[in-house]
Ligand binder design. Structure first.
Ligand SMILES: C[S@@+](CC[C@H](N)C(=O)[O-])C[C@H]1O[C@@H](n2cnc3c(N)ncnc32)[C@H](O)[C@@H]1O
Length: 239
């Protein structure tokens, strides 16, 4: 499985390195009666993933934390004192890093409950609900400096349905960012398979100074995910 390969390595302090105490392992998982093959493979991948081990040793709630570290190091997404919205926040890895790096406030939303983190105002709600944007903005003191979305819909196995649901989440996150960000603010979102759809990309290029795709090293090689980074919000056309 290509997913079991070690991540490509570059020297970034926060990530596992070859000589790190966290080493690649090859832990095999016995198939058990009643356990699906996909679960066995998932378990094996988790046990052999250096980012999972490193996240555990640093007290990060998810390996996804490393993706935000890499993206922020590269694109300077946030600054100390920022007000940030975390869409798809559970279990809280991105929020932890944002707060470690000096965010003044993080408002997070997820279908799944997030155990409390100091500095996080959390809403357990479907972001696609009509009332979600207002629920988030009600908790913000003003326009956010960064909207970050790691939203990922549970896959159904039906490719077309999964694609439609994923695109809908990305579009809703982008619309929310455009509706709420302060001028100069930033937006980052997970996208899948070849990046953002043409129409969305065009909209973001019209409303942000710089728009780029990025695949952090900590994003699994076999995963179709990548990130879209939009920097320097130009402001709402009506303002
Ligand atoms: C990849 S995880 C996020 C990991 C997180 N960034 C971290 O660092 O811990 C994706 C999250 O999106 C959430 N999600 C998916 N669809 C959602 C929706 N419609 N509304 C709210 N959250 C949603 C899932 O429940 C899941 O927790």
């Amino acid at each position: 499985m290509s997913d079991d390969k070690p991540p490509r390595r570059r020297r970034v302090t926060s990530k596992p390195k070859k000589d790190d105490s966290v080493r690649m392992m090859d832990t095999r998982v016995k198939t058990a009666r009643g356990r699906k093959m996909s679960s066995t493979l998932w378990l094996r991948r988790q046990l052999n993933d250096p980012y999972v081990a490193k996240a555990k040793s640093l007290g990060y709630r998810s390996r996804a934390a490393f993706k935000f570290i890499e993206l922020d190091d590269k694109f300077k997404l946030m600054r100390k004192g920022d007000s940030i919205v975390d869409l798809g926040a559970a279990p809280g890895g991105w929020t932890q890093i944002a707060i470690d790096r000096g965010a003044k406030q993080v408002v997070g939303i997820d279908l799944i409950f997030v155990e409390p983190i100091g500095g996080l105002d959390f809403i357990q709600m479907d972001f696609m609900d009509e009332g979600a944007p207002a629920a988030i903005t009600d908790l913000l003191g003003g326009a956010p400096d960064l909207v970050m979305s790691d939203l990922a819909a549970n896959t159904t196995g039906h490719r077309k349905t999964d694609h439609i649901r994923t695109v809908a989440l990305v579009e809703a996150a982008a619309d929310f960012a455009i509706d709420t960000l302060r001028p100069g603010g930033n937006f980052v979102t997970k996208v899948f398979q070849g990046g953002a759809e043409g129409k969305l990309l065009l909209k973001l290029k019209q409303t942000f100074k710089t728009v780029k795709h990025a695949k952090p090293d900590s994003s699994r090689d076999g995963s179709p995910e990548m990130y879209l980074v939009a920097l320097g919000f130009k402001g709402r056309p009506d303002k």
